[in-house]
Design a protein around this ligand. Sequence first.
Ligand code: 13P
Length: 257
Amino acid sequence: MQGRALLIGNWKMNKTVEGSASYARALIRALEGWWDTKRVGVVLAPTALAISAVGRTLSSTEIDVAGQNLELGTEGALTGGISGYLLYEAGARWVIVGHSERRQHFAEGDTLVAEKVGAAWQAGLHPIVCIGETETEREQGATQRVVSQQLERILAKPPQGPLTIAYEPVWAIGSGRVPEPEEVGKIADRIRQALRAQWPEAENDVAVLYGGSVNHQNLGGFLDQAEVSGALIGGASLIVEEMVAMVRAAQEHRGTR
Ligand code: 13P
């Protein structure tokens, strides 16, 4: 699925509310006049506290806002929880689900991740679900098995909305190490095969992204892969100039084919 490249910045637990809004203002200024929204889509995932401020700042632009996590249900006794409905009300239209940091530090398993994907659809959000192997699993040659397993529960039920799948090998996150783009291409092909088998009607509503130490220099190699539609970016997305350089790189890439 070539076509429009999608760049999603996951800011994790970074930036104040004011810092997030001023980044958004700077990004708008920097993209003005040349950004082709038909070639590159941009989504920012600030902390939950900054979603409203960033959403308001971006309201007249085509840059979308995402949550980084959601809880199940709409409201109730869940101290500290934020539902998809609350994210939507705050201005988010997307939400990251099952990031490896949540799987690792908050013990989120495949069943909960699949339920959260359903909860995101219920709330009118577009889920971005993260899958990927650890370093040990990679060394054991278990990458394909792990990725298929992580997908299984999500694809077990019929889709109720669009889905984006981010393949993020855990060992590549924040490490400066990346897999060979061709390796990512092969995994994206396998994800596409699973989608064709499980969700033949909805296959075109699912994009596959790569994530893990992406920057403006290595982005093109991943976008070269037929089934890779963009990137989920952590550290590099925190710097507005780097984000702009990635939009430029993606736009040039998509303009040449
Ligand atoms: P880095 O780009 O900092 O490696 O983070 C990737 C990531 O976890 C995005 O969700």
